[in-house]
Ligand binder design. Structure first.
Ligand SMILES: [Zn+2]
Ligand SMILES: [Zn+2]
Length: 139
């Protein structure tokens, strides 16, 4: 699979049974729809707003960011704004095959969706650890 931004081949990273495609050049991450659901599940993330099917059907966000093509079906992806303060705009396959996060966007989004005051089980720390472990394996 090629990176939708740099067009170079991405590497497959497997961690705790979750597979994702990772671009070592721009640090972007591609998730198949099911893989992101698995990730949220494995981290025990109960974040209502971060629901995969909702993201997939979210109305297109009108911004100037360049359209990118889905690495799976090559159709132009839709922009979906899933964060707030600051807004994080990710790219979503119009056929619902997966999602693209630019480098750093994934941890940003997850951290935004974890309510720190009620984060007694340390979810945000787990997320950071997970991402750190995943990407550290590449060095
Ligand atoms: Zn790239
Ligand atoms: Zn696609």
């Amino acid at each position: 699979m090629r990176c939708p931004v740099c067009k170079v081949p991405m590497i497959i990273v497997e961690h705790e049974k979750i597979e994702l495609d990772y671009c070592t050049k721009c640090l972007g991450v591609w998730f198949d729809a099911g893989e992101l659901a698995l990730l949220l599940e494995s981290l025990d993330l109960q974040v209502g707003e971060l629901n995969i099917s909702d993201i997939m059907t979210m109305p297109e966000k009108a911004i100037a960011e360049k359209k990118r093509r889905c690495p799976v079906c090559v159709k132009k992806m839709r922009k979906a704004a899933i964060g707030h303060e600051p807004e994080v705009v990710i790219d979503v396959c119009p056929q619902g095959e997966g999602l693209w996060f630019d480098g750093g966007e994934l941890s940003q989004v997850i951290k935004q969706h974890v309510d720190k005051s009620s984060d007694e089980s340390g979810i945000s720390d787990r997320v950071v650890t997970f991402l750190g472990e995943v990407f550290q394996e590449r060095e």
